[in-house]
Design a protein around this ligand. Sequence first.
Ligand SMILES: [Zn+2]
Length: 272
Amino acid sequence: MAQLNIESPPLEHPRPPVLARWFTPAGPAGVTLVEAGGGRVLSVPGRYCVTHIIEGPTSLVLADVGSISDLPRIAAAIEWLGKPVSLVLPTHLHFDHIMGIEAAAKSFGAGIGLGQVARTHVESGRRLRFIRRVPAKMGFLVWLWQGLPVFAREDVPGGFKFGFPWSRNPFTAPIVATLRDGREIPGLPGWIALETPGHSDDAICLYHLAGGLLVAGDTVRNFLGGEWNTLMSGPAAYLNTQARLSAFEVQAVFPGHGPVLIGDGIMTRLQA
Ligand SMILES: [Zn+2]
């Protein structure tokens, strides 16, 4: 695999959810820049999830913006990278990954990109299946591992239109790209989209072939050192996704929650 470089850029680290420092076995996510094989990803932890900024030759693509309150720190990271944003895309339509998507697209003058399944649901107004029954204890644990975040003032009321079981996700920023399985992501040569249903029916991952980089959304999480998600809307589909991703050459995984995972063969070492 290509040589992998990791840096900690001189950017402000988030304050909330500071409690993750004590409660999360893997520790809190940090601001991290990873480069391999020409692929470059700057991870900026936010209030509810991590925003991954993927650098293309002339522009940036933002994957997941959980909260409108994350925008100032994302803006600082964009300025540090020094390129315009061409696309803002959610890895899946869950509130903790999309409440800030519309505001980010408008604020950075970018279009929205959606996976094929997400786009079909958004445009037809059909609701996605939500995660199947979650035991209260597991629900609480996940919230605890995230550092017990509470909703930000900035997300009320606009953010609440997005990503909840009752939401129709009424994006008004232009949807300019559909991310299809195995196809290149606009503005990001060398990166392809992968449809990875299971945690949610519309989940996608972004994969950089030469660098072995995987932006995973909630398909992989890192609260415990790197694990598959126990919250699922489609358990059978998730088994297929796990088998498929395990065959990819990956040396860095960028999870939606928790620190970046590094190491050859990382996909085969994830906890079930
Ligand atoms: Zn999710």
